[in-house]
Design a protein around this ligand. Structure first.
Ligand code: ATP
Ligand code: MG
Length: 421
């Protein structure tokens, strides 16, 4: 197959045979979020480049290497969203949503674009489900956010997933920490990868997030951010832990979690699984109290998380999780002749209005070919409609799973099918 007839590297098609799994995942996510008070927001796939470059952080991998940025025909620099937090923040500021009742809770599902090396669980187009909460500094909000992510994973049937939390402090306590880190990594500078050598002066915390085995080995004995927290940040972290314990949510404190994006403050967390190979983080999130102010809004604390839906699907498959079956055709009506075809069309429409999935022949096929098709689409019931049935007003309905047949009146078709199901 020629290159142009193939999907672009790092993109996936979600084919009709599996789309019901995505629909199940997405409706579970939105419904769970609704129970926590979150309403869906939909923001554009692309934004002005600065929305991401200024706010995600210009020393992050995402901004330095991974963004799909281009000039549009009006010479504006546009970027396909690599994540949805920045665009969502842009939107809630622009529409004054932070002037209404706080906390404001929103959630989203959408495609994200990052120029990465494609591998299992790492794509160039992927999808995230995420949630954002604005307007509260209270640690109860951090714990509620974590509880939402956990509930979504549980409702989807994920097993053996662990929650790791950390606090990376506020800009005040982080200053001392950054100094200590610089000192520590400077002693090992020659062994660091080239990117981390650069990070050493610009943003040493990023080194803790480096995927190279040598850097992560050096990082193992680096100073721990928790030892540098100011009283306020320490108290906040204790509050988050207390609320998690009150909700009986198990966690481990992992002082090495820093998250890949620059806007985080205080709480950061990840849900990790050993069942998806190298890309073990399914969900990442935390607090970003400086983001809204930095983006030109009134200073408003904020927090949230994002989960990668492809990674989640991979995990569910690897754990042999059960998805609800795809809904099939309830009744296939096979018409014989022109008059019957007209009646079949109108019967199908009547059935669909009653919530019954009904199909009929739209290819002018003979009876045998129609039955073969009904079998292929997994129709639960079939019925042949010919001159006899039109005359008598009665039709035989065949149950395809056990072969049983029942004669019913054409007028009562919707009611009878509902009863038979
Ligand atoms: P990683 O460390 O794996 O690169 P990240 O820190 O860049 O992840 P975030 O920006 O926090 O990830 O995004 C949140 C979630 O989105 C991740 O935990 C992951 O599940 C998913 N995700 C991120 N990048 C990709 C990608 N390229 N392909 C598929 N899923 C992704
Ligand atoms: Mg990444």
């Amino acid at each position: 197959m020629s290159e142009i007839n193939r999907a672009v590297k790092g993109t996936n098609d979600i084919l009709p045979e599996i789309s019901h799994k995505w629909q199940f995942a997405e409706s579970t996510m939105l419904e769970t979020a609704r129970l926590f008070g979150f309403k869906e927001i939909r923001v554009p796939v692309f934004e002005h480049t600065e929305v991401f470059s200024r706010n995600v952080g210009d020393t992050t991998d995402v901004v330095q290497k991974e963004m799909y940025t281009f000039l549009d025909k009006g010479d504006r620099s546009i970027t396909l969203r690599p994540e949805l937090t920045a665009g969502t923040a842009r939107s809630v500021i622009e529409h004054g949503l932070l002037n209404s009742a706080l906390p404001l809770k929103v959630c989203y599902i959408g495609g994200c674009y990052r120029y990465e090396k494609p591998q299992a669980g790492r794509l160039r187009e992927f999808h995230q489900f995420g949630a954002e909460c604005y307007g509260t500094k209270n640690p109860a909000a951090d714990a509620e956010m974590i509880a939402l992510a956990k509930q979504v994973l549980e409702n989807l049937g994920v097993k053996n997933i662990s929650l790791e939390i950390n606090s990376i402090g506020c800009p005040t306590c982080r200053k001392n920490y950054q100094e200590a880190l610089k000192k520590y990594f400077a002693e090992n500078e020659n062994d660091l990868c080239d990117t981390c050598k650069d990070r050493l002066t610009r943003n040493p915390m990023r080194i803790l997030d480096c995927k190279s085995p040598i850097c992560s080995n050096i990082a193992k004995n680096a100073p721990v951010v928790l030892d540098f927290l100011c009283d306020e940040c320490k108290e906040h972290f204790d509050g988050v832990k207390a609320h998690l314990e009150a909700m009986q949510i198990n966690y481990t404190v992992n002082p090495h979690i820093v998250r890949g994006l620059d806007y985080y403050t205080k709480t950061v967390f990840e849900f990790v699984s050993n069942d998806i190979g190298a890309q073990s983080t399914v969900c990442g999130g935390g607090r970003y109290d400086g983001l809204i102010g930095q983006m030109g809004g009134n200073d408003t604390p904020a927090l949230g998380f994002a989960m990668g839906i492809e990674r989640l699907m991979l995990l569910l498959e690897n754990q042999n999780c059960e998805f609800p079956n795809a809904k099939k055709c309830d009744l296939y009506i096979a018409p014989m002749g022109e008059k019957a075809a007209l009646k079949a069309s109108s019967l199908c429409n009547e059935l669909r209005l009653c919530g019954i999935a009904a199909e009929t022949d739209i290819c002018s096929r003979g009876l045998k070919a129609q039955m073969k098709f009904a079998d292929k689409i997994g129709a639960l019931f079939t019925a042949v409609l010919g001159d006899n049935e039109l005359e008598s007003g009665k039709i035989n309905i065949k149950n395809m799973s056990d072969g049983s047949i029942k004669e019913i009146s054409l007028d009562a078709l919707p009611d009878e099918i509902i009863k038979l199901q």
